[in-house]
Write a protein that binds this ligand. Sequence first.
Ligand SMILES: [Zn+2]
Length: 411
Amino acid sequence: MSNRYSILKLQGKVQHYDWGGYTFLPELLGIKNEEKRPFAEYWLGVHPTASAYVAIQNGWKPLQQLIDEEPDAALTPALRQKFGNIPYLLKVMDVREMLSIQVHPSKENAIAGFERENQLGIPLNAPHRNYKDQNHKPEAMLAISEFWLLHGFKQKEQLQQILEEVIEFQILLPLFRKEGLQSLYRFIMEMEQQSINDLLLPLVKREIRQKQEGLLNKNHPGWWVAKHFNDQHPSGDIDRGIFSIYFFNIVCLQPGEAIFQGAGLPHAYLEGQNIELMSNSDNVLRAGLTKKHIDVQELLANTDFTPIVPNILKGQSRRDGEQVFHFPISDFSLTHVLLNSDTSFEDKAISPEIWVVIEGGVIINQQLVVKKGEAFIVFPGQSYQFLSSGKTSLYKAFVAIPDAYSQDEEN
Ligand SMILES: [Zn+2]
């Protein structure tokens, strides 16, 4: 292995989506934000639209370029064979306002959809293009702060209760009882905008009033509805995504808790900071609370309507200070390492590992100093030792498939 592929500092890419916060990421990355731009996500990976940069002797170069120059040194044989690249994208996220309600396709559907849209001649960057690549996009997230999200459909009994309790929804009850959730969801997704406005306006106004009177908390959908409208009387059309706030599970993760969102599971982040890890893809089908393109048929065809009980993951303790999270896919795993002053941590990379420091700092192999907000990549086969000077919190994305991955495991 050439020593160019050892341990190198990384510089990611900030995404300034509207829903991002103003202080968390700027403070983490040491960037002034006097003009109060939203800092939503910090991307660390090789996504074609935003590859991270690696520190080389005399400057920075795209990580993808470094991998392409010597893929055998940058990736393991197993990784090359199965994915051909680093298969994951690591993000640090700061959610100030709720994101669009969304579903991600399975790999099978992504391949078919990508092909179909190519045949229809829809340009890759067209606003109404659903499939940007041929990959699935399972996502996992680990909370840094208390983190709120919508995650999957509620259980049937809970849905029934919501439809009974919310006066405006009572009209939907017979359809739900007779034909079930999928028909109900299709009905609201295809409803005329004027009917949506007529149905939801009184509800939104009531929720805003109730929040102002202190009658709601974050476990109640109305709290998020009121927040979405900045506690102000809505003007213009009401987004049909509001229904989903009532139909989905509202989940609160404590710092250190994680959750996985596989293909077809509808979800939306509501508020907080997290580490997010996903497959290297940008395939998103949206169901509301967005100005972006909504393709109802494609959305319904990719949505899993099975009610779920959210599975909050606590990870496995691998050793003192290290918490490992595996998910039901082979594309990525996640580790959180928490060190105290004068403690050291040793390991050896079995896949390309991307690390980000959220608090404190370490000296790596008595050579490289990395501090809060900095990131680095450890290439496979490289051993490392961290020495921390104080409380230090680091997160690592990696691939857990063994190097001896063989052909007969491929199906
Ligand atoms: Zn998502």
